[in-house]
Unconditional design. Structure first.
Length: 255
């Protein structure tokens, strides 16, 4: 069985992490891990940015540096960071997909936490935070969540985000359709959480506004047509000193 047809060497370590993550998995969970193989093209542009902005392909560049993988899923990106020398913490609202033996082997700390309910990470702690394909799944006020993420970052830390681009053939999220939500500042907590669904899918302009309102300086922000035929937004952000009041209306902040 050929798992990878692409052979670009800069992604080789990530492909190795996928395969290592598959080892020892029960057959019933193989289909879950196989998602990492099939969806790797969503992740490749994120890895490009990790290489360019965080020296990911230079193992000597991260002694003592800390990383947080928010919404880690199967933990493949967490494993990638640990293999590159980051002291890695990872969190998710369920531990069903976590490869506990592999995490223990690479000293990856897993935190069971629902960031919509309680984001409890120490402030000023992480050099690098990854938020990959997570934001659209959160039925909560996104600026508040991103502010919490910002608070746990070091002043010179970097936040890497990837997410679907609504202008790239992705449907609107549930909050946008069922609730008639037209912009992120209208978002509220919703109690009828329905599985693993998209609640709000941004376009590039809206996401730019969200980042600035949430207290981040944009280092890199673009939309990429991936091999899947759909566009994804990729952002590299750093904490901004000035943060607008969450109670203010973003439409009045010249965003």
């Amino acid at each position: 069985m050929i798992l990878f047809e692409d052979n670009d060497s800069k992604y080789e370590l990530y492909r190795q992490c996928i395969l290592e993550n598959c080892r020892g998995r029960k057959p019933a969970r193989w289909n879950q891990i196989r998602y990492d193989i099939e969806a790797r093209h969503y992740t490749y542009p994120l890895i490009d940015r990790l290489i360019n902005f965080a020296n990911l392909n230079s193992p000597e560049a991260q002694p003592g540096q800390t990383a947080l993988d928010v919404g880690c899923g199967h933990g493949t990106l967490s494993l990638l960071l640990a293999k590159r020398g980051f002291k890695t913490t990872t969190l998710d609202r369920t531990e069903i997909n976590i490869p506990k033996e592999i995490f223990a082997q690479y000293n990856i700390q897993f935190v069971l936490q629902d960031i919509c309910q309680n984001f409890n990470m120490p402030s000023n702690s992480f050099n690098l935070v990854i938020f990959a394909e997570v934001l659209e799944h959160l039925p909560s006020y996104h600026p508040k969540i991103l502010r919490n993420v910002r608070n746990c970052m070091k002043p010179d830390g970097l936040l890497f985000i990837s997410k679907p681009d609504r202008e790239g053939d992705w449907p609107q999220g549930k909050l946008q359709t069922a609730y008639g939500i037209e912009h992120f500042y209208q978002m509220k907590e919703v109690s009828d959480f329905v599985g693993d669904t998209h609640y709000y899918v941004y376009n590039l302009t809206e996401f730019h506004q969200l980042c600035e309102f949430s207290g981040f300086k944009i280092i890199s922000l673009d939309s990429v047509l991936t091999a899947s035929g759909r566009k994804h937004i990729y952002a590299v952000l750093s904490p901004e000193e000035f943060v607008a009041d969450l109670n203010e209306d973003p439409t009045a902040l010249n965003l």
